[in-house]
Design a protein. Sequence first.
Length: 345
Amino acid sequence: MPSRHLAPLALDFAALRWARRGICLVFAALAFAVALAGSAMADELRLAVSKGPVSLPIYVAESQGYFAREGVAVRVHECSSGRVCFQLLASRQADVATAAELLVTLASFSGSDVAIIATLSSSAQGIKLVARRSANIQGAQDLRGKRIATVAGSSAQYFLDRWLVFHDIDPKDAEIVALAPDRLAGALARHEVDAIAIWEPIVAAAGVALAQDALLLPIPRVYVQHFSLIASRQAIAQREDDLLKLLRALARAERLIAEQPALALKILRARLNGDASLANLTEHDFRLTLEQSLIATMDGQARWAARQGFAPAGPNSGSLPGNLLRSIDPTLLRKAVPGAVSLVH
């Protein structure tokens, strides 16, 4: 009798042991999957992207699956400005960032370890001046004594300074107001300032807010912005393969922009919430390059920054960086896109 009762119990224990083994195997499999997922996350290339038409090659590459085709996992983090993207890069929260070359120029004063690895696009009209007609502004000379808002220490401020000088206006003869990018359109609409110097899509937002009161002032060729792809020296050394794949994907994207502008425009409008006024591809030269004009622009910016007091405090305050070429690394672009580098380095 005891044996008849014990047999089923023994079978139950055997089943329990097999069940435990199964559970262990499940947990082992889950642990392995988590480890793989963690590894995949670690292998992702974190790309901080400034929102606007200047980032179109990245939008195209992402929407068309070019990153995946080149075999690189890219996690895009959209920023409100190039400065925010640059800060993410500096704090190691991003491996690569998009920003105007000015931020790298300013960083070169303190011996930063970041470098421009390519120019995504260039434009002489990427930054604009929007004024209020109701502030009695009809042309350039009417900006004397007016309140002009921009982002301090940005490519927009550099543009504004060059624009005023071009029109024989001493920047000291205007009241320059420093505001965060997201406050500019509202400040202009509320009559807190008379004009703003800024990039898209903020220009379009200001136009919508002011309607007929908005005046877009003519933009002479006073500053060609080189919107750039920037990486830390550490990322360049440790993630070379991924960065090469990233550049090749962007080269694909820029070919699509050139060959299928209607599709590129559609992608841009979708990314910028469908506002067609934000999407003028003819204002930008979407070519993945490193050209001699980049270093000439950065040299002029360095001198401007020293005069403006943007150089870091200390014994070298106000002095120019020793060699701005150290802030540009053409090695990866030469490998990824032969013929794209004309910079003498």
